[in-house]
Structure formats: C-alpha cells, structure tokens
Write a protein that binds this ligand. Structure first.
Ligand SMILES: [Zn+2]
Length: 325
C-alpha cells in the first residue's frame, strides 16, 4: 500500500516537510489519525521524513528501509515490550534520549498508541517534551487526542491526518485491492480511513448488500413489491446507513453514465444494468434526493422499517414520474 502518496497531499505532511526544509523541525509533534490499523505506517513516513537525506522521504535509501523495519539506530519506537505506554517505557525513552545519535545529527523517538499512555507516564514525559536534549525529536502518534493531558498537548505541534475523500482513497488503494467493484462499495460504506475500507473490502456482507440494492433498483416494479423488498433489505441485518451508501453509489454511477461522464463511473456493468431497467435522468435524480433525505431522517432517528419503505416508495414514484417513453 502506497501510504506516502496518500499522506503527501495532507496539511500534516506539508507542515513537516516545510519545517524540515526551513531547518525548523519542532521538538515534538502529535500526529492524530483515526485509522488505528495504519497509524504506525503514517508515523514511519514522518520519521523517515525527519532523517532521510534523499527526499521527503525517498522510501528507498538505507535509512528509510531500516526505519520501515524499526531497525534504524537513531529512530526508536515505543512501546517496545507492551501494547500500552507505561512509566517503564517512558523511563527507557528518557534514558536513551541522553545518548548521542549513532550516525546522524538527530535522534527521533516515536511513541505509537500514545492514546494509551498512562497519566504517570505522561507526567514523566513532560520535561523531556519541553526541553529535550540537543537533536532529540519526539513524534507521538494517537488515534485520539482526548486521553492526553493538556500539559502534553500544549508542548507538541499537533497535526491531523484527515479522513480521505472517495476519489483519493480509490486511487491510493486500487493497486492493492484489485476487485474495483468491491473496492468502490467498500469505500462508499467506509469511514474515510484506509483501514476501514480494507475491512469492508474483506467483508462478505457488503457484496450481499450490493446485490440486494441492485435487485431492488432493477426489479421492484410497483408499490405491491415494496414490502417484499423492504423485508429482503432488513434481512441483511446491516446498518441502514450502509445500505443507503450502496444505493447512493449505484445511483451516482447511473447518473454519470446517463450524462456521459464516463470517467466517474466506478462500476460500469452494474450501472449499465440499471440504465436498462428503465432509469432515466429524472428518476435517478429524484432517487438520489430521496437517499439524501433518508440519511437525514436516519439521523433524526426514523425506524429502519419506516425509512426503507419510505425510500422505496420514493424511488418508485420517481421512476413512474420520469419514465422513459
Ligand atoms: Zn530515504
């Protein structure tokens, strides 16, 4: 997975790159990402950016490869012996911070899972964060800043890895997740993180949702069918929001196909099936508006049954109103 290309467009990356180029790398950064599965990979990119001589970072040099394997002498990762960061880990870090770097002018300490740092550990770290020995930089990585004491937060430069939009995720992930139909659905139902999309990609349920959504859009003909399809959808036993996301994805594809904006079509075979099943531009737009409305109604706590039945009636109404001649 090419995390660097993903990170390169973030403000967090641009900040660190700029700091390095101006010779003003901060003593301490806090990198926040909701992607608990990949936070470590993001932290490694930042650590490499600190010490790599050939780029920002090059990902190919000796230093970059060693950091990737957590074996570079001047970039040290914590925790080393447990899942959480306790006082012992911080004591080890502080002791190590007084030793000179082995081969460069910097020594970088990376604290993974900083959200698990105990309060005593955080208090221990304060002094080093404030006045680290010369050449020492500390990168804290956390999935959330809330568990961190305000005294910690006030001593670090806070950078956030944002949630990524659908197109960004698609182009970053398509090489490693080659079933593009599956990937587009996984992204549509994803939470904007690579980790969340990857979990969806491997979730067999999502394929079922797609098939039921397609079946509903193609084959539901009259209001007599609504109950049957509503039951089918609810028997999937998934969050209604996931179903809405898949329906939305399919409808957007159909619209792009009808409007001949082909480069925007994720899932061509399915979109073609839907066009054949008598969707016109007007009926797709009507259905998409209904989906947007359904998301709002869901937030307002509408029951799943009512929500789905309402949506299905809306889709039928649009198909009837804007039927192809
Ligand atoms: Zn490098």
């Amino acid at each position: 997975m090419d995390f660097l290309s993903l990170i390169k467009n973030t403000g967090a990356y641009r900040t660190v790159k700029g700091d390095k180029e101006n010779g003003r790398l901060s003593h301490a950064y806090l990198i926040i990402s909701q992607d608990s599965d990949n936070l470590d990979s993001y932290l490694k990119i930042f650590a490499k950016a600190f010490v790599c001589d050939d780029g920002c970072p090059c990902e190919n040099c000796r230093k970059c490869s060693l950091i990737e394997d957590e074996r570079y002498a001047d970039v040290i990762f914590y925790p080393q012996s447990s899942q959480t960061v306790g006082v012992e880990e911080i004591n080890a870090l502080i002791e190590e911070s007084y030793l000179k770097p082995v081969e460069s002018d910097k020594k970088v300490f990376v604290i993974k899972n900083a959200q698990t740092m105990t309060a005593p550990a955080q208090n221990k770290l304060l002094k080093t964060l404030e006045e680290p020995p010369k050449g020492v930089h500390i990168i804290l990585g956390a999935t959330s800043e809330h568990p961190l004491l305000s005294t910690i937060k006030s001593r670090v430069k806070k950078l956030e890895i944002p949630l990524f939009d659908k197109d960004t995720l698609f182009s970053a992930m398509e090489k490693d997740f080659p079933d593009l139909e599956k990937l587009s659905v996984a992204i549509a139902c994803g939470d904007g993180t690579v980790g969340g999309v990857a979990r969806n990609y491997n979730d067999e349920n999502l394929k079922d949702i797609t098939m039921v959504a397609l079946d509903t859009l193609c084959n539901m003909k009259s209001s007599k069918d609504v109950l049957e399809y509503s039951n089918k959808i609810q028997s999937l036993k998934v969050d209604v929001a996931d179903f809405l996301s898949v329906i939305e994805l399919l409808l957007r594809d159909v619209l792009a196909l009808i409007e001949k904006r082909e480069q925007l079509v994720f899932n061509r075979p399915l979109a073609e099936k839907l066009v054949e099943s008598n969707f016109s531009r007007g009926s797709v737009i009507h259905a998409l508006e209904a989906v947007t409305d359904a998301f709002k109604r869901k937030k307002a706590n509408a029951t799943p049954t009512m929500l789905i039945e309402w949506l299905l009636f809306q889709i039928l109404e649009g198909k009837y109103k804007w039927q192809k001649l």
